[in-house]
Ligand binder design. Structure first.
Ligand SMILES: Nc1ncnc2c1ncn2[C@@H]1O[C@H](COP(=O)(O)OP(=O)(O)OP(=O)(O)O)[C@@H](O)[C@H]1O
Length: 420
C-alpha cells in the first residue's frame, strides 16, 4: 500500500519498526529512499517538530560513505519524516542474532568502517550517543572490503537524543541502551565523542564474544558494572586486538582512542586476523548445553519478531514488534554505584564449563542460540522491572522518565570537535 509523504516522496513498503517509528522503502525525485516516519504522538508534538527543524542542518549535513545520509526532513500535516539513503542489506543485530559470533577479521572490518564514519561526525562536532548493532547497517550491494566484508554504515545520528529530550526526560536521567553506555554517562557527565568510542568497542567485544562486556541482568546492575568493573579478557584474541579493545573501554574518556585512530589501528590488524575462526566462549551466567543432549526447542515466529530481526529485503514481511531499546534512568548517586552485595563479576567460561553453584537449566539450553537473558535486556524497563529493582536493591534508583518538565541537559550533540 503506497502512501505519500509530503509532495515529493512515496512510501511503498515497511522495512522495519523501531522505537521512534516505522522505516519504509520508498521513492523520491532522485530515486529510491528510506523514509523514517515518526510515531504519531511524536509527530504531533510541536516542540519536538521544532527541534527537528532546528537540527535540520546538522541532520542533513553529515555526508560520509560510512554514514547513512539524511537527505530531507518532511513536516507535512501529521507526518514528520526523515528521508534517508536506502541501504539494501541488513542491520548488524540481525546478523549477530543469526551468526552469534563473528570471526575477528570480519568484526574488525565492520568496526573500522563505523569508526571512520564516527571520525567524520566527531570532526563536525556531532556525537552519535546511541552506537549499537541496531544502528549499524550492512550494505549488501556495496563493494566488498579487504576482509570480504560488506560495507557497514552508521545510522540514526542524533535522532534518539532529539526524541528523548527535553520534555520526556529530566536532565538528571540517563538516555540510552544500558549495555553500551559509557561510565561517564552513568556518572552524569555530559556525553562527548569518547562515549561513542566506548559504545563501539562494546559492539566489537559483542561481535567477538556473542555478549557485551558488562551486560546481563537488570539494567541497574549493567550500569554499575560500567563504572566499577573491569572488562574480563576473552580467551583466544590476539594481544594487539585485545589491547585496542581495552584502551577503547577505558573508564577515563581521555584514555580512549579517537575514532580515526581506532579505525586506522583496526585496519592495520586485519592481515593478522585473517583466518582466525570465531571465538568459542560461553556467556558468563549462561548455562552450558544440558547433557545428555536434548532436542533444541524451535524458536517460534513470535519470538523472532520480538527480537526484532528485520530483513531489509524488499517484500520481506515487516516486523510487528515495537523494538524499544532505550531506557530512561535517574543518574545514580556515587554510593549507589559503589557496588556491594549484588555486584556480579562476569567472566567468560570455557565452552561447556558449568557456572559455580548454578542449577542445571531444566528448560533446555539451545546450543548455538541467543540466550533469553540477552534478548530480554533489550526491552525497555517496565513497571515490573522497577519493582524488582527496588526489591533487589541493586537498581532502586532506576526510574521511568516521562512527561517531566525540567530543562534539558546541555545539548551535547554539537560538542566541540573531538577530532583534530
Ligand atoms: N536507511 C535505511 N535503509 C534501509 N533500512 C533501514 C534504514 N534505516 C533503518 N532501516 C531498518 O529499519 C528498521 C527500523 O529502524 P529504526 O532506526 O527505526 O529502529 P532501530 O534502530 O532498529 O531501533 P531503535 O530506533 O528503537 O533504536 C531496522 O531494522 C533497520 O535495519
Amino acid at each position: 500500500m503506497a502512501r505519500n509523504i509530503g509532495s515529493r516522496y512515496t512510501a511503498h513498503q515497511i522495512l522495519g519498526r523501531g522505537s521512534a517509528g516505522t522505516v519504509w522503502a520508498g521513492e523520491g525525485p532522485e530515486g529510491p529512499v528510506a523514509i523514517k516516519l515518526l510515531r504519531e504522538d511524536l509527530a504531533s508534538d510541536q516542540e519536538l517538530v521544532g527541534r527537528f527543524v532546528q537540527e535540520r542542518t546538522a541532520l542533513l549535513g553529515l555526508g560520509h560513505p560510512r554514514i547513512v545520509g539524511v537527505r530531507d526532513l518532511v513536516v507535512d500535516g501529521n507526518d514528520l519524516a526523515l528521508v534517508m539513503d536506502l541501504v539494501r542489506g541488513t542491520d548488524l543485530r540481525t546478523r549477530l542474532d543469526r551468526e552469534r559470533r563473528l570471526a575477528p577479521e570480519a568484526a574488525a572490518s565492520i568496526i573500522a568502517d563505523v569508526a571512520d564514519g564516527l571520525a567524520a561526525a566527531h570532526k563536525a562536532g556531532v556525537v552519535h550517543r546511541d552506537v549499537k548493532p541496531e544502528n549499524i547497517l550492512l550494505d549488501m550491494e556495496g563493494p566488498l572490503g579487504p576482509a570480504g566484508a560488506h560495507p557497514a554504515l552508521l545510522t540514526d545520528f542524533g535522532v534518539a537524543k532529539l526524541i528523548d529530550t527535553p520534555r520526556r526526560t529530566k536532565s538528571s536521567r540517563i538516555i540510552g541502551t544500558p549495555d553500551y553506555l559509557a561510565p561517564e554517562i552513568v556518572e552524569g557527565l555530559p556525553p562527548r565523542a569518547a562515549v561513542d568510542i566506548y559504545a563501539l568497542a562494546t559492539v566489537l567485544y559483542e561481535l567477538l564474544a556473542g555478549f557485551t562486556p558488562f551486560g546481563g541482568g537488570h539494567p541497574g546492575a549493567v550500569l554499575r558494572r560500567h563504572v566499577t568493573e573491569t572488562v574480563v579478557p576473552l580467551p583466544g584474541i590476539p594481544e594487539e586486538l585485545w589491547q585496542l579493545i581495552l584502551q577503547c573501554l577505558a573508564k577515563a574518556p581521555a584514555s580512549r582512542l579517537r575514532a580515526s585512530e581506532m579505525g586506522g589501528r583496526l585496519r592495520e590488524l586485519l592481515p593478522m586476523l585473517a583466518g582466525i575462526p570465531p571465538l568459542d566462549v560461553d556467556e558468563p551466567g549462561a548455562e552450558p548445553p544440558p547433557e545428555p543432549y536434548q532436542e533444541p526447542v524451535p524458536e517460534t515466529a513470535a519470538e523472532v519478531r520480538r527480537r526484532g530481526a528485520v530483513p531489509l529485503v524488499p517484500g520481506a514481511a515487516p516486523a510487528d514488534s515495537n523494538r524499544d531499546t532505550h531506557t530512561s534512568m535517574r543518574v545514580p548517586a556515587p554510593d549507589e554505584l559503589a557496588g556491594g552485595a549484588h555486584g556480579t563479576a562476569r567472566a567468560p567460561r570455557a565452552p561447556g564449563q558449568r557456572r559455580p553453584g548454578s542449577a542445571r537449566n531444566k528448560s533446555g539450553g539451545r546450543p548455538g542460540g541467543v540466550s533469553a537473558a540477552v534478548r530480554k535486556r533489550r526491552i525497555t524497563l517496565g513497571a515490573a522491572g522497577l519493582v524488582l529493582a527496588t526489591a533487589l536493591g541493586v537498581g532502586g534508583w532506576l526510574a521511568l522518565g516521562d512527561g517531566d518538565a525540567e530543562p534539558p541537559a546541555r545539548d551535547s550533540q554539537h560538542s566541540a570537535p573531538a577530532e583534530p
